[in-house]
Design a protein around this ligand. Sequence first.
Ligand code: FEO
Length: 393
Amino acid sequence: MKAYQIKPQVYWVGAIDWSLRTFHGYVTDRGSSYNAYLIIDEKITLIDNVKSYLVEEMMARIASVIDPSQIEIIISNHGEPDHSGSIKELIKLAPKAKIYAQAPNGVKILQATYGDLPIVPVKNGEQLKIGKRTLSFYHAPMVHWPDNMVVYDQEDKILFSNDIFGQHMASSERFDGDLPLEMILFEAKKYYANIVLPYTKQAARIFAAAKELDIKMIATSHGIIWRDHLPEIFQLYEYLTQSQKQTKAVVVYDTMWQSTEKIAVEIAETFSELAIPVRLYNINDTDASNIMTEIIDAKYLAVGSSTINNNMLPTIAGFLCYLKGLAPVGLSSFAFGSYGWGGQSIAQIEEQLDTLGFKRLMPGIRINYVPKPEDLKQIHDDIAQALHQAKTV
Ligand code: FEO
């Protein structure tokens, strides 16, 4: 295991989690990486660390450059255990190091998680001279926990951005220019949709501040480092932090005996005929985190479920719970479903969509048992009329 030089005297010393497939509900099809950075200056500095089970990988990479006991400064940009999980082991191997963490939340989180540690609280805007380099700390609360910070290295013009601009992606490549741009932008969008989205206001504030800095490299805490495609990642964050929308519909459903599925297909077909691009998902086939990546910039959302034992199907209840936590904005929505007797699922879904503050595009579609051709025609006509009334087509 070797360190990877990203600038003279600045090294990536993180760990690659090739087999990670879920990050508390976020399906990480491409794995992830936990990026840590070593700066060789008068005071040897480590920025962030890695999950506990990958500590040996990080230590080996550090040891390929210096004796870890020489580290004097450990910056903890974020106390979530994917970036702090090795801190106890690290402090044993670097006994003269002090840990710099955001005051007060970073200090509190590290102490609550790991007990007594030699922590130096850091205020917003504080600077730290580590030799020829000066590091500036900017608090980034709630992007993604209350303690997040980013660090700007004025000398190298690197922004150590922690979770912001990250992507869950394992790769042997370290820079954005070494992988297909479309793929890494997709992963950055997916990351935003599933991690950053509820904190868009805070992300917009940090993004506005970042644009004022002279940045030549963004060293994230997950995935690749942005260097060759800075305009593209900035453009994506501009788009996402402004909650911009595409004329696009997303249809999500689960079905017991394919009747709700027939309705879902008719809804998707109708949007398509009306020249509105549509994405259709059976919740059993596609995980919610990939669906969120489409919902984040969609204008329309239709959610459907059969009724089972007076309720919506648990898969759709779980999806709505996930959706509620991420709180996307600016959608027009409606519910649909087939039922035999009670038919409660449609009203239950509508209630959840209302709670999210979405506009109701039209009343819920309720079909008793199997939809007949005339039912499907009615669905088509009702959607067309609702869109016409909304003056969107
Ligand atoms: Fe990658 Fe919020 O930790």
